[in-house]
Design a binder for this molecule. Structure first.
Ligand code: PEP
Length: 250
């Protein structure tokens, strides 16, 4: 069975509640357009806007940008998975490089979060990718392998089958410096093989996205690659017109 393409917008720390609500209203048309094209779409707003976006468009896939692995407790400033479930959120981005770089996210905490999401029946978008230094030292595969295997440790086959993994070379995020479509294919296929070694045919269904300066002008090149099942998009996902152009150009 062919894997359905997925375009997911990571809004990072952008958009007020009112601005998110405005996008969500317009997203009804986007969703109809994506359905007609046979593509899944979703967005990841800040925690504060999750309810507003769900309220305006309950059919849109909406992800939190992070979560804690404990259900409750003394973790000031954190948000627990049951709190996200309570407001109808069933997707969470895990291990985005900005969280790894600025907020101390590690392979171990990513793994704990993925295990907690499995228990809760939620879908992760699990991000992996090397820094510029690691890329220049030729260590991409070594780093991606460590992040992927450590992240997936102890997860069940069905969960892995249904999850999303995003390959996001850190040097290409928000920099306008894209990884080539050949690099994207090579690493997405490498990740699929890692999944195959651990989880057999779940590798056929797990969706693997490329992320890093994806724009309406280049989305087509990436999505044509055999092992690239979609894109995780930052900047170009913030405006409705630009999101629409991404879908249009797939
Ligand atoms: C991201 O935030 O995951 C991302 C890929 O950002 P951008 O598209 O802006 O590079």
């Amino acid at each position: 069975m062919a894997r359905k393409k997925l375009l997911f917008g990571n809004w990072k720390m952008n958009k007020t509640i009112a601005e998110s609500r405005e996008f969500a209203k317009a997203s009804k048309e986007l969703l109809a357009f994506a359905d007609a094209k046979g593509v899944d779409i979703g967005v990841a707003p800040v925690y504060l806007s999750l309810s507003a976006v769900k309220e305006e468009n309950p059919k849109l896939n909406v992800a939190a940008e992070n979560c804690h692995f404990e259900d409750h407790g003394a973790f000031t400033g954190e948000i627990a998975i049951p709190m996200l479930k309570e407001i109808g959120i069933d997707w969470v981005i895990i291990g985005h490089s900005e969280r790894r770089t600025y907020f101390g996210e590690t392979d171990e905490t990513c793994n704990k979060k993925l295990l907690a999401l499995e228990k809760a029946g939620m879908t992760p978008i699990f991000c992996v990718g090397e820094t510029l230094e690691e890329y220049e030292a030729g260590r991409t595969k070594e780093v991606v392998k460590r992040q992927t295997l450590k992240g997936l440790e102890g997860l069940g086959k069905q969960f892995v089958n249904d999850m999303v993994i995003a390959y996001e070379p850190v040097w290409s995020i928000g920099t306008g410096k894209n990884a080539s479509k050949e690099i994207a294919q090579d690493i997405c296929s490498f990740i699929r093989e890692l999944v195959r070694e651990q989880y057999g045919d779940a590798a056929e269904n797990v969706r693997i996205l490329y992320g890093g300066s994806v724009k309406p002008e280049n989305v087509h090149d990436y999505l044509l690659q055999e092992d690239v099942d979609g894109a995780l998009v930052g900047g170009a996902s913030l405006k409705v017109d630009s999101f629409k152009a991404l879908i249009e150009n797939i």
